[in-house]
Design a protein around this ligand. Structure first.
Ligand code: HMG
Length: 394
């Protein structure tokens, strides 16, 4: 029998600041109920000026390396759509910050918000080929939209790191999966832009279509029946989207999606995302952590995951929770990362948003701003320079 492969450890990091969406509602001149209830979002993470996807990725992955060491990690797959370079992988500075062995394969993956799920599946393939091999999968993103656009209320930032191994202690990745790809122009970011082009309404309807098509492929490939799942984690650009998606899944399976059922199936998965905001590739796994940190013991139960990345690619797959997994969770650390964020006003958010790194090749040393374990020290000769923050503070 093939060796079980899946998530051996999982850790979260987010940015330094948070803004309540009442600040944005006031600026946008809308009732805050639109954001709190209509989108299901209360706050959004705002990264500090010396934080980016590399510092968040390293902050999440450092927790895993501190517990398990770097032993047998021969691959880092970093999924992001907030890339910092068109050529060089952001997994390389993460490898350097974490002192991982030089005998490491460090690669960046991209397909909008789907990149994290694809990294997990590819990692499982590498471990199946060599069960002694461990893969560090990291999903790290900063969701940023145009100022005063509809998407601005859905911004956020986070990273989730996962150690993928044989005989995992947290969850086994089940082999069945349902896929859907279609060339759609719902959301994309051309190379010359720092924010995406978005057709918001189209993106919602394409997401729902993708849920249906990925589920049907999953069913056709002998996946589990809906009633077998103890939880449902969706990619959450805003938490209300998970409700729309799950309602669609229930409907196509002949179940009326009443509010009580939706709350029961989704409530635990939306706690973290509702205050972090969209974290693109990481969002699905933030939802998974939220479920695991809030639900009763799910040992030997299966959890469904639906990844959607605009453009678009979707995948429906499942994890089976390993008995004893709860002892491996980092619930206190996850809650602390979210709670300790410094709450800021709209004006402060705007000052941070308006700050930009030089684009003309000039150098810049950054002031200390955030408080995470790693920081962007500055830019020199068009290259981002990172450091461990504690080393500079002693
Ligand atoms: P909008 O047009 O400003 O909002 O933008 P709306 O008018 O559709 O209202 C939103 C909801 O609030 C509605 O609920 C309103 O009824 C409700 P719904 O009808 O949808 O259930 N509402 C209120 N509720 C309570 N009290 C009130 C009130 N007022 C209104 N007073 C939109 C919404 C999602 C389009 C916008 O935020 C956007 O463009 N977001 C960015 C794109 C996005 O998140 N798309 C989601 C699917 S695509 C995806 O998930 C991929 C993505 O993560 C990127 C990637 O893959 O890389 C985005």
């Amino acid at each position: 029998m093939a060796v079980p492969v899946g998530i051996h450890d999982i850790a979260l990091a987010t940015g330094h600041y948070a803004m309540d969406l009442s600040e944005l509602a006031e600026r946008h001149g809308v009732d805050v109920g639109k954001y709190y209830l209509g989108l299901g979002q209360r706050e959004q993470t705002v990264p500090a000026t010396d934080e980016d996807i590399v510092t968040m990725a390293a902050a999440a992955a450092a927790q895993i390396v501190a517990t398990h060491g770097a032993q047998d990690i021969r691959t880092i797959l970093l999924a992001t759509e907030s890339g910092i370079d068109h050529s060089k992988s952001a997994a390389i500075p993460v490898q350097e910050l974490l002192n991982l062995p030089a005998a490491t394969r460090a690669v960046e993956l991209k397909q909008a918000c789907y990149g994290g799920a694809s990294a997990l599946q590819m990692a499982a393939g590498l471990v199946e080929r060599d069960p002694a091999h461990r893969v560090l999968v990291i999903a790290s993103d900063i969701a940023r939209y145009d100022i005063d656009s509809g998407g601005e209320a859905t911004q956020g930032a986070a990273a989730v790191a996962m150690l993928v191994s044989a005989d995992p202690a947290v969850a086994v990745l089940e082999p069945e999966s349902g896929l859907y790809t279609a060339d759609v122009r719902d959301f994309w970011r051309p190379n010359h832009r720092s924010t995406p082009r978005v057709d918001g309404k189209l993106s919602v309807s394409v997401y729902l279509e993708a849920v249906e098509r990925a589920w049907k492929d999953y069913e056709a490939r002998g996946g589990r029946a809906l009633r077998e799942f103890a939880g449902f984690c969706y990619h959450q650009p805003f938490t209300k989207m998970a409700y729309k998606a799950h309602a669609r899944l229930l409907e196509i399976n002949g179940t009326a999606p009443d509010q009580g059922l939706l709350d029961r199936d989704l409530g635990h998965t939306t706690v973290y995302n509702g205050v972090i905001g969209n974290s693109y590739t990481a969002s699905l796994f933030v939802g998974l952590l939220s479920l695991l940190d809030h639900a009763e013991d799910l040992s030997e139960r299966s959890v469904a995951l639906l990844s959607y990345g605009s453009g678009c690619v979707a995948e429906f797959f499942a994890l089976r929770m390993v008995p004893g997994y709860r002892q491996r969770l980092r619930t206190e650390a996850n809650r602390a990362a979210i709670e300790r964020r410094e709450r800021i006003s709209y004006d402060r958010y705007r000052a941070i948003r308006d700050f930009a790194l030089p684009e003309d090749g000039s150098s810049l040393a950054l002031e200390h701003d955030g408080a995470g374990p790693f920081r962007l020290r500055g830019v020199s000769d068009d290259s981002r320079i990172y450091e461990a923050r504690r080393l500079t503070r002693v």
